[in-house]
Design a binder for this molecule. Sequence first.
Ligand SMILES: [Zn+2]
Length: 281
Amino acid sequence: MIGAIPTEYVGLTEDEAAERVVAWLREHDQLEKRESYRHAVGFCDRSGTRIQPLLSLQWWCDMETMAKRDRGDRLRAREVPSVCARPCRIDWLKAIRPWNVSRQLWWGHQLPIWYCPDGHVTCAETAPDACAECGKHELTRDEDVLDTWFSSALWPFATLGWPDDTPELRTFYPGDVNSTARDIIFLWVNRMLMSGIELMGDIPFHDVVIHSVILDSEGRRMSKSKGNGIDPVELIDAHGADAMRYGLLKMSSTQDVRFSTGRSRKAAVSRTSSGTPAACC
Ligand SMILES: [Zn+2]
């Protein structure tokens, strides 16, 4: 049945194609009935639209090779509190999976991949003069860019002049402390450690201090799109800078906190759980 469907649906969204497929089935007297049923559907956190699977060719990074090589070195970095170390880093390393590193965006580090007219692939640090396989000079660079976390993983040394051997790099790499929230340990901290070991031969910091995330009063992350953020300047105007500093320090813990100025003092800072911290990563 699928094989008989014309290829005119290629490139349509799922909604567009669904209506046209139904019309086609009806036209060819193949439609027995339409009925609604319940099933799990994912929605985009940013746009609120339904997520539609789209198969496409992507570039992947073989993480197993690096993970095996770096496993011992990575364990030299310490998380504070240490309760996050196992789920966030050790288990991640044990169950390491290939990393999809290509993204179809305008901004980012463009992939160092070039194609010749025959479709051969040349990977090089600088723009090559010719195809590595057939020698043709008409090369086109892949338009994809690297996953933002791949670029962010280079931050500890790229900001100090790497790949050049600069005085700043020699002076400030490796650093001592990285302060972060739990939710980007997996995305950022792990990958900074991986890139540091791989490209610099050493971990970029020895201690990872994990702090709370300030949520809104309903337990949602604050974001520009939701408009549920707080303006610290307004809080300072209302209560003073010292009061705000004290308030933030008082809230600080290993658990996320719900923040609201409209509640009683006791309820203003309510933790998401009273036991162990919420799930890492
Ligand atoms: Zn070629």
